[in-house]
Design a protein around this ligand. Structure first.
Ligand SMILES: [Fe+2]
Length: 157
């Protein structure tokens, strides 16, 4: 059928989903770079534990970046792939020159909160479009990241 894409979803739904996924992708990319910055720039008594934890988190973000971009392609669209587009599109702001461990962790909590909100919107959109593939991706990420937010807030005390 001409109004459906290669995986049988309505083109208009796929357009909307791809747009929301691209917004999510842009936020992931800026957040990824922020967390790498925290990994590099953190100083103080918690250096070793935070430096290692931040590496674990950005490595996971990188996996998700690829999954989100490839979901855009699966829906028949093109993922954003230039930093200039990411900066224009993302709600998460670049966070530079942060050295204090707690400030780094607060930046990470805020980033995850933004991702979770965007993924809830994506989940709702995907459910309405019967796009189980995108919905399950979004719900897996939400569940994992909600737990991460709990743990980071426990660290902050
Ligand atoms: Fe490193």
């Amino acid at each position: 059928m001409s109004d459906t894409n290669a995986i049988g979803l309505h083109q208009s739904s796929a357009n909307q989903l791809a747009e929301q996924l691209n917004t999510l992708l842009a936020n992931y990319q800026i957040f990824y770079m922020n967390v790498r910055g925290y990994h590099w720039n953190v100083k103080g008594q918690q250096f070793f534990e935070l430096h290692t934890k931040f590496e674990e988190l950005y490595t996971d973000l990188l996996t998700k970046i690829d999954e989100v971009a490839e979901r855009v392609l699966t829906l028949g669209h093109q993922p954003l792939h230039a930093y200039s587009d990411y900066v224009k599109t993302a709600a998460i702001a670049e966070d530079k020159n942060v050295h204090d461990g707690e400030a780094c962790v607060r930046g990470i909590v805020q980033g995850y909160q933004t991702l979770i909100e965007l993924q809830r919107e994506l989940l709702s959109l995907a459910s309405d479009a019967d796009d189980e593939g995108t919905a399950s991706l979004a719900s897996d990420y939400i569940r994992e990241q909600e737990k991460t937010v709990w743990m980071l807030n426990a660290y902050l005390g």
